[in-house]
Design a protein around this ligand. Sequence first.
Ligand code: CO
Length: 206
Amino acid sequence: METYLKLLENNRKWAKEKQTHQPEFFNELAKSQTPEFMWIGCSDSRVPANQIIGLLPGEIFVHRNVANIVSHGDLNCLSSLQYAVDVLHVRHVIVCGHYGCGGICAVDQNLRVGIVDNWLRYIHDIKREYAEELSKLDDEARVNRLCELNVLTQVRNVCESTILRDAWANGKEVAVHGWIYSLDDGILRELSEVQHKPQSVVALKI
Ligand code: CO
């Protein structure tokens, strides 16, 4: 069987099983979504948001791109963030990176990959900003630290966006989190203090 046909077969089984155990599941979800969480993560196939945190369809609003970057000029990410915060009223925005990120390894080693090299310039900026700290580390520790610094930087970018600034200024309760996932053991770790207001952004553990 063609591998893609297996996917459609899996889907039929999954939908049938859901319908059997929770007959109202799809009816309820079809009406609206009210997720409490937003996830901004890497596109890496090994870090699927719902699966690693045990959430069902409808429970987390997801935006993923290569190396989980939140760029101030990225209309795609900002649109997702604004929709999540202002329309869906999520209570938590989670920026999640992961160790062993291919995009970050490429930056660490100055590799040329393709078009993505331009996207990864944002990580080169972080590498330059923390060059002194990174220069003291061995190869493995250095790339791991760059993965962490990237998460912390993207948390800061979320917090400094007009979306979060306006939300907080209007008294909205929304928290921003920085997490990192380890491919080795499947465990998520909190990297930054939970951010509740713009003033607390300095509390990032950079
Ligand atoms: Co990655």
